[in-house]
Design a protein around this ligand. Structure first.
Ligand code: PLP
Length: 495
């Protein structure tokens, strides 16, 4: 065997041509699967929130590239020594920040196979299984959340991409606009376009407006009611006002499960308005959509059968490793009309018989993401998925009950899914600036524990703690520990 400085042995062939030697691959593969299995079995030895200081990871790695091959042993040693300490463990049962997510076992194994196959699913021909499995898996998921079969699904990397594509299709559907061919700028006489979303909508909707040339001014933010749901009457008034002022309303983005408080916009009332005014209805169900697998939560998607498009993220609350966002569209021909552009070298003899996934968005190449989703749907089954989602709701409800019963804690929003917004509010304290500071310090106390990681939001301008339970490994024990930390932290920050 060749050897390296540091006396780490190189593999046969590493100094020559070709890929890693198959025997070496097998050996490292076994070693890494062992590492992953041990990690998944218990990662609580690691702090959930990385304690790395800014720049620490870069400082521990060379500035210059490796000239000569390096041994896998040395690479893996650095993985443990440098990379792992800089990891915030999203797969940790104490991860309750943002939206708790999971890379589940079958999903991780699906990723392994997908990386090994390394197919590019741009065309049906470039891997028929990748395209057809996407159709099948998304058909199953669609049935699980009870959307009609008029919706066609495609997988994108993120909800941000899914919403961008949906709103691009909405723009394409505006008769006579011809934004695709002519662009929007420098065309006197064109009305300014207006889309609508609530003040609680995710910033991905704003970014879509920016990218689509509508501008931030072209996205009108609609106020919400006292439960953070879009006010449909205010939406109607805004549309009327805009029409009178010469705007061209064209789309509404409603949200099922807003990022801040997980509120649910009144989609049926919004769908009525969209039908009345001829607007595209897009629903951002990135977080809330998967919940409809639970029969008792199916009503959260009420009215979504009338939407033109809806995004649902299995990589949020459906145990699927990042990345996997599903865009369901009832008018997929508009997506194609917005994006299909087929140079001669991509034409195939079966184009009229198959779906070519490159036609439904901006990216040509695409990973074989359906494989992991398909494996998850089969491995857990609809009942197993529902059981796990229901468990997360039970855990969240347990926390809600404790908070509601504790005089020094105050819930800041309803918790329709498994995310709880609340704050510490010592009796007699009414200074809002002090309450904000107390809660920020309490969050820092929790996060410094290394056991639990939570994030925050602003509710009615107040600093609010946000606990999102969504990791497949989270149990009573972790929620109980969070509650203990909250008690201890509250006592500490108050003193
Ligand atoms: N929509 C909602 C409601 C979200 O909460 C988020 C992220 O948390 C997104 C969209 C964006 O998701 P992605 O990271 O998949 O783009």
């Amino acid at each position: 065997m060749d050897s390296m400085p540091g006396n780490q042995p190189l593999d046969p062939g590493q100094m020559g041509l070709g890929d890693m030697d198959p025997e070496a691959f097998r050996r490292y593969g076994h070693q890494l699967i062992e590492w992953v299995a041990a990690y998944l079995a218990d990662m609580t030895a690691y702090p959930v929130l990385s304690k790395a200081a800014p720049g620490a990871i870069k400082a521990a790695l060379p500035d210059t590239p490796p000239r000569a091959p390096e041994s896998m042993a040395a690479i893996l040693e650095d993985f443990e020594r440098v990379i792992v300490p800089g990891i915030t463990h999203w797969n940790h049962p104490g991860f309750m920040a943002y939206f708790g997510i999971s890379g589940s076992g079958p999903g991780i194994l699906g990723e392994l196979l997908s990386a090994a196959l390394n197919v590019n699913a741009m065309l049906w021909r470039t891997s028929p299984s990748a395209t057809e499995l996407e159709e099948v898996a998304l058909g199953w998921l669609r049935q699980m959340i009870d959307l009609p079969d008029t919706f066609m699904g495609v997988i994108n990397d993120t909800a941000s991409a899914s919403s961008l594509y949906a709103l691009a299709a909405a723009r394409e559907a505006i008769e006579g606009l011809q934004a695709r061919e002519e662009g929007l700028a420098g065309r006197p006489g064109l009305p300014r376009l207006r889309a609508y979303a609530s003040v609680e909508a995710h910033s991905s909707i704003d970014k879509a407006a920016i990218v689509l040339g509508i501008g931030q001014a072209g996205l009108r933010k609609i106020p919400t009611d006292d439960e953070f749901r879009m006010d449909a009457r205010a939406l109607a008034a805004a549309i009327e006002e805009d029409l009178a002022a010469g705007w061209r309303p064209f789309a509404v983005a409603a949200t099922v499960g807003t990022t801040s408080t997980t509120s649910i916009d009144p989609v049926p009332a919004i769908a009525d308005l969209c039908e009345q005014y001829g607007l595209w209805l897009h629903v951002d169900g990135a977080y809330g959509g998967p919940a409809a697998i639970l029969p008792e939560l199916r009503p959260v998607l009420a009215g979504c059968d009338r939407a033109d498009s809806i995004v649902v993220n299995p990589h949020k609350w459906l145990f699927t490793p990042i990345d996997c966002s599903v865009l369901y569209c009832r008018r997929p021909q508009m997506l194609r009309q917005a994006f299909s552009l087929v140079p001669a070298f991509l034409q195939t003899s079966v184009d009229d018989q198959v779906v070519n996934l490159m036609d439904y968005g901006t990216s040509l190449g695409r990973r074989f993401r359906a494989l992991k989703l398909w494996m998850i749907l089969r491995y857990f089954g609809q009942e197993g998925l529902a059981r796990r989602l229901r468990e997360h709701r039970r855990l969240a409800q347990m926390l809600v009950d404790w908070i509601d019963a504790a005089p020094e804690f105050e819930r800041m929003a309803p918790a329709p899914f498994s995310t709880v917004c609340f704050r510490y509010h010592p009796l007699g304290e009414s200074d809002e600036a002090r309450l904000d500071a107390l809660n920020e310090r309490l969050m820092e106390y929790i996060n410094a524990s290394g056991e639990i990681f939570i994030s925050h939001t602003k509710v009615h301008e107040h600093f609010t703690l946000r606990c999102a339970i969504g990791n497949i490994r989270t149990t009573d024990q972790h929620v109980l520990r969070f509650w203990e930390l909250l008690q201890g932290g509250a006592a500490q920050v108050a003193s």
